[in-house]
Design a protein around this ligand. Structure first.
Ligand code: HEC
Length: 98
């Protein structure tokens, strides 16, 4: 039950982000990243943080994972599930977290 409330809270916090016409709301997509990247996307257990990075860097990494030009363990698989618009939205979202 506590877990459920926490997830709803995370989604509600991101509700002010712009929604993308062609894809899912970026705040919902972003909430799926936090289980690995840390509750505030600050990094966790050797997984890099996202909140301290520039938008352009984050977007470039996600495109490189998607295109297979940056070797990875999981991000190469995950990134394939996102459109270029969604990648841009995720990069903007995480670059704004401080
Ligand atoms: C299953 C755990 C997991 C999930 C879920 C996950 N990541 Fe990652 N992420 C990683 C790992 C591990 C790395 C290091 C590269 C690798 O081995 O895949 C990484 C690396 C990254 C990097 C590169 C950071 C840098 O400093 O170069 C970005 C950007 C990134 N992830 C974004 C995301 C976004 C956005 C999401 C949600 C859509 C997400 N990740 C979801 C585990 C995860």
């Amino acid at each position: 039950m506590k877990m459920h409330i926490a997830i709803v809270g995370i989604i509600a916090l991101g509700a002010a982000e712009p929604a993308f016409a062609q894809g899912a709301d970026v705040s919902i997509l972003a909430s799926t990243c936090l289980s690995c990247h840390g509750a505030n996307a600050q990094g966790s257990g050797g997984i890099p943080g996202l909140s301290s990075q520039q938008q352009a860097y984050l977007a470039a990494q996600l495109r490189a994972f998607k295109g297979g030009t940056r070797p990875a363990t999981v991000m190469n698989r995950l990134a394939k599930g996102y459109t270029d618009d969604e990648i841009a939205g995720l990069a903007l979202h995480f670059s704004r977290l401080k």
